[in-house]
Design a protein. Sequence first.
Length: 203
Amino acid sequence: MNLEPGGTKMKIMHDTYVLDDKHANGGYVQSLVLPDGRPKGLKIVLMERGLWPISGQRFLTQCSIKSGSGKLTKLNPRCLNRGICCARALLAAQPDFRNQKSQVEEAILNDGYDVIFYPAFHCELNFIEYFWGAAKRYTHENCEYDFESLKRLVPEALAGVSKELIWQYWAYGSGVIYASPEYDHLVSSRYASHRRISEAVET
């Protein structure tokens, strides 16, 4: 959001619910759009909430640090940790903004699906890497090293990895014993790494 209303890159945001013990209902709905259709700026939103500093006090739009080019264009990481040092940090620290879901997550939830995010971890620990590894192995072994064969082989490779094998990759990556001790032995003992999946035995 800009400090002042409007702006060429500003997007219209939906109304938000502000928690406030001073109100009978414990909060109130705040529109983030002006009557003329322009998006409200940070200053107006904070003033309506009674959070804007006293008149005459200097208050930055955002605290910036030097980027790789040496210019002050990069947001200070401290501002993302519920800081109150600048307008963007102060608004980002409010409960309704902290709890706001992403547009993609909202769209998925509105369609009736659950959204479960992975915690931060190395990408190669994701079981889908085993799936890609199996598809790449098939493509490598059957490729005729021309573009036409590649266009044919890639869909074949992706479709050729069975759902059962994908579940095995998942069980291996999560350490879950799936179905039986024999199944655990099949999965855990046959995969030294995702790049050596050729030893896998599909049951």
